[in-house]
Write a protein that binds this ligand. Sequence first.
Ligand code: NAD
Ligand code: DAU
Length: 361
Amino acid sequence: MPMSRGHQPRCVLVTGGAGFIGSNFLLRMVPRYPEVTFLNLDKLTYAGNLMNLRSIEHANNYAFVRGDVADMALMQSLFAQYHFDSIVHFAAESHVDRSIMAPVTFVHSNTVGTVTLLEAARQAWTSPQRHPNAYRFLHVSTDEVFGSLDLDAYFTRDTPYDPRSPYSASKAAADHFVRAYAHTYELPVVISNCSNNYGPYQFPEKLIPLVISRAVQGQAIPIYGKGANVRDWLHVEDHCDALDLILHRGIVGDTYLVGGNNERTNLDLVRLLLTLVDDRLGHAAGHSQQLITFVADRPGHDFRYAISAAHLQRTLGWQPRYSLESGLRQTVAWYLDHRDWLQQVIDRSYRDYFQAQYGIV
Ligand code: NAD
Ligand code: DAU
């Protein structure tokens, strides 16, 4: 059911809406809220793909502009033209391995881009404190800002920041600026920090689509180190459910941690995925397990992420709908049914990256 209380968006700027999570968010929100206008601002880096948005590209309440979120003149002109009352800010460089190879781009898009957007919103939303529910700046961030956990603790809203990769440092810096704008200028912000997402339209440099696409081709599947690192997986539709709730009902100034309580070591996850791929393709059990190839570890590889989403569940009533197995089954089926999509994104830019990262194609 569409939301009915709290903040009522009329015109939403969605940044990074051609990427993985942004596409899933727009595919959900544009048909669900026909009275709300959504403007998608995306630079269309290697990770942005307008093919994802075919089903909504002609909708009356949707428009697309190509541009850089760090371009202040563009941001100001978009605010002047559209009079946004809401921002859902996804745009970012998102891949940790790329941040290790080329950190400066991450500072530009993730940190400078966020500050530029905050500043454009501050200039446009004069006196937002007089109408606390009129405006909302939802900053979509990551659990990686909290660093790495040992085996039995969880990230909560009180966990101190401890980013350890160029990617997470650039996101942590952005989070700090968002809070600084709330404190100094009373900008009505809400922050979400989410765990590892998976699902349709994820670029196949990330572990889950990488494993599926390479298994289909019978190619080696790289596992960093011993595969003992732990991630907490959440289906992207469950993340988008949470963002819809947070946008409408999140308390200004609050932080919401989003996670599915689905921890797995990388090796266990990959084994499960390969079982599901073999099952779907009608291969004999164990057929694809031989593709697993242990490679050099990621420099500074965070050992474990695990989210406590108790605050989000208690205050906004959010619950994930997918179990890990049902979500992975749906995801495997989606990629196997969309091999043309996979082939197009691989052809566009993936081979060069894979060659640089692993020395193999
Ligand atoms: P993605 O890499 O798939 O998509 C990012 C999008 O942002 C792309 O469409 C790209 O073209 C666009 N973009 C990049 N730089 C830009 C710029 N300077 N100006 C305008 N557009 C730009 O990323 P994703 O996985 O969809 O992640 C979206 C957001 O969610 C990011 O902020 C990320 O930090 C956060 N997040 C991701 C995950 C995850 O598991 N993927 C988990 C938690 C939080
Ligand atoms: O926790 C949220 C974060 O999750 C998001 O903020 C990031 O944008 C997103 O990319 C993701 O970061 P990770 O580094 O955890 O995701 P990735 O899919 O790159 O890797 C998941 C785990 O798998 C990690 O421990 C590294 C490992 N890995 C990854 C790749 C690509 C491998 O073992 N082999 C691989 O080839």
